[in-house]
Ligand binder design. Sequence first.
Ligand code: FAD
Length: 442
Amino acid sequence: MTEHERYEAVVVGCGPGGAAAAAALARNGVETLVLERGVDAGSKNVSGGVIYAEESAPYTIESLFPGFREQATERPVTDNYIHNVAGDRVKTFDIGELHHHDTAWADSVLRRPMDSWLAERVHERTRETGGGLLTEIHVTGLLRENGEIVGVRTEELAPIEADLIVAADGVNSELARDAGLMDWDDPAEWFQGVKAVVDMDPAVLDDRFDIDPDEGEAHLFSGDLFDGVRGGGFLYTNRESLSIGTVFHLDSLADERAEPQELLDALLTHPLLAQWLGEEYREREYSAKLVPDSKKVAHESPHDDRLVLVGDAAGQMQAQGPIIKGMNHAVSAGALAAEAFADARSRGDPHRAGEFYERKLREEGVMAKLRPRSYDLVGRLSEIDAVDRVATAVADSALGRLGLRARPGSSNAPTTPPARRDGSRYRTALRDAPDRHRRGAG
Ligand SMILES: Cc1cc2nc3c(=O)[nH]c(=O)nc-3n(C[C@H](O)[C@H](O)[C@H](O)COP(=O)(O)OP(=O)(O)OC[C@H]3O[C@@H](n4cnc5c(N)ncnc54)[C@H](O)[C@@H]3O)c2cc1C
């Protein structure tokens, strides 16, 4: 048998899923190495940017990373609206109560600063267990011995063996594909997201949205804005910028031969947005990404041998109507995978972590949210197909009757014109990694 470098756990990817897994593993004293492809965690990440803390979730990001809200988020979402556009008319609904249903809090985030903040904490904590975070490491596939998954291969380092391999490498997970656990090929199983971040002076932003610096808004857009392409738009207020984007069914984009960036332009140039964007438009960032539809692809049994999949790699991205929830589920899944490993290890059988993880996803109600069997209530809201009719769907639902009210003064209003442990046997991955791969003090 070839002797490889070895850690108790290797986490691939340091987005919200990987960060949560690493933090929970470190909390349980598990020697954990985290490998991230980006120059800096977050440098490759795209997100429209509201992270949710659900009351019913087993974990929230703040419970794993105290101080997260204070130091790594932009603004709390205090007001929520949906704008249903029909011709030159816009019907605006306040969906605050709907939004706050099962929501302890929800904050807007920008992934670059958020992921960098998480990465610093992940590195500090995993170092205490004898591991650490290495950036600019591209994990290319699984390491197998006698047909069994025992570790990972990377472009930059020698193969690494582990008792637990957490694939938190996102929607294009090379590890999930290598293990044969990802077979989403049908465009109907994907959404195409496109997002722009637009700079705005904070005083101007507060004034245009009529909010205080400790308040924030989420606006969702539906209706005939997008040339018949099924999908919706969003606008979130950050501290000094706006995140504005669209999420479309990939099959619908193909059917309509539509270009997603042109549809985002249609939203950005819509008179409705002029009241907030004004005359000036300074785009800081533009990005596009495919994301999975959990209703169709969330893996019921996301593990094989020592490998567990979390977050987008497991298809755990939920579209609840135009409300997108991916980061929170990645956090829950990452922490549950870590908890499962700690349980399995305490029973002297660490390689049963995958089995325990699958059970926890089910028992903690995570799978039921991702792949709801009942469409009585959630289903109607979770069908983004129905986004064109979402205001009606929301209004007609039991929750809608409780929670929806037309925004005073703007209902049916016409649109506004534009205006690691020392001394242990295997330390070479960290020791031999070129300096540029090490974080912090090394
Ligand atoms: C336009 C858009 C809007 C969205 N809006 C929201 C929203 O408002 N709220 C929400 O909760 N979710 C939203 N999402 C979804 C959310 O971004 C994802 O569900 C979430 O980021 C998944 O987290 P993750 O940790 O699984 O993966 P990711 O965040 O994708 O992180 C994966 C990490 O793995 C690294 N990596 C990848 N491959 C490798 C490799 N081979 N080797 C080493 N490292 C690797 C990447 O660099 C990255 O850091 C949105 C997505 C899009 C596209």
